[in-house]
Design a protein around this ligand. Structure first.
Ligand code: FAD
Length: 276
């Protein structure tokens, strides 16, 4: 006699360090953002990055560095990603949907943290492309406004549509009732935003380096000259961008710092490779 045992469904195979995707938003053909569950034990400083990925065909995970774009108080984690055609990870990551799982190694690191800078009056966030991700975290962290009177977000992309993720984020922050309650109705004046494009015509154009050296950004935002006494900066872009902006800041008398040696500015790569 054979027994007809009920067939029990095998539990969904869980990846090691798996987190569940809760939301995905596509901003352009080459940019998307997504949110995932946050491991209960994960503590990080706004501005840090972690390794995330998906299992490869051979079972070995394909992992890449990703800045956490959400602030450290958020229950979930947000990421802002490029879609590299034929990129080992992003050619697949761009197809994730809510309910899917990704791998997230819960070991945050990075230099774009408030502790790596000396106290100052004004904090500049200088980013190209997805380099805005760590600043999306820091702009949403009230500690940034506890430490600095003014924050200036300079973001440069090739086209205007590539700026929309950052523009919406800044707009939401400027109208955030909680921040207005904490810092007063003129909070919007404390978060200055200077988006520029390099290829497409837009109200503000040009490279961050040019707008800093010419002083155009200072004139447009009605700010005093950049000085090592008052100004601090964080840089996140391609290798070439980082090198160029670093030289500009050094020209203003600012010095590069690190977690172990806080100074006037810090730098992190937005990706490895030459890029745009
Ligand atoms: P890869 O083989 O990794 O890259 C292929 C080529 O695509 C690179 O050689 C480079 O020329 C170009 N490229 C890679 N990433 C980018 C990018 N972000 N913008 C423009 N060109 C790029 N990427 C994000 O999208 N969001 C992040 O928040 C982010 N944070 C990072 C933080 C650090 C510290 C570092 C080092 C990298 C970060 N990256 C980020 C890049 C990321 O690690 C991957 O390179 C990217 O996801 C592409 O992976 P891939 O396997 O598809 O292609």
């Amino acid at each position: 006699m054979t027994l007809d045992l009920p067939v029990t469904e095998a539990p969904a195979k869980t990846l090691p360090d798996a987190q569940t995707v809760t939301e995905v938003k596509h901003w352009t053909d080459s940019l998307f953002s997504f949110r995932v569950t946050r491991p209960a034990s994960l503590r990080f400083r706004s501005g840090e990055f972690v390794m995330i990925g998906l299992p490869g065909d051979n079972g070995k995970p394909i992992l890449r560095a990703y800045s956490i774009a959400s602030p450290n108080w958020d229950d979930e984690l947000e990421f802002y990603s490029i879609k590299v055609p034929d990129g080992p990870l992003t050619s697949r990551l761009q197809h994730i949907k809510p309910g899917d799982q990704i791998i997230l190694r819960p070991k945050p690191v990075g230099t774009l943290v408030l502790d790596a800078l000396l106290p100052g009056k004004r904090l500049w966030f200088l980013a190209t492309g997805t380099g805005i991700a760590p600043f999306a975290s820091l702009m949403r962290d009230p500690e940034t406004y506890e430490r600095y009177e003014q924050v200036v977000m300079m973001h440069t992309c090739r086209t205007a549509e590539e700026l929309v993720y950052g523009a919406e984020l800044v707009d939401n922050l400027r109208h955030d009732p909680l921040l207005a309650e904490m810092y007063g109705e003129d909070f919007a004046k404390r978060l200055l935003y200077y988006p520029t494009t390099t290829r497409e015509q837009s109200p503000f154009m040009g490279r961050i380096t040019d707008n800093l050296t010419s002083g155009k950004v200072l004139t447009d935002l009605n700010l005093p000259p950049i000085s090592p006494e008052t100004d601090r900066a964080m840089i996140c872009g391609s290798l070439a961008f980082n090198v160029d902006v670093k030289a500009v800041l050094e020209g203003f008398g600012l010095h590069e710092g690190a977690n172990s040696d806080p100074r006037e500015f810090v730098v992190e790569k937005a990706f490895v490779g030459e890029g745009v």
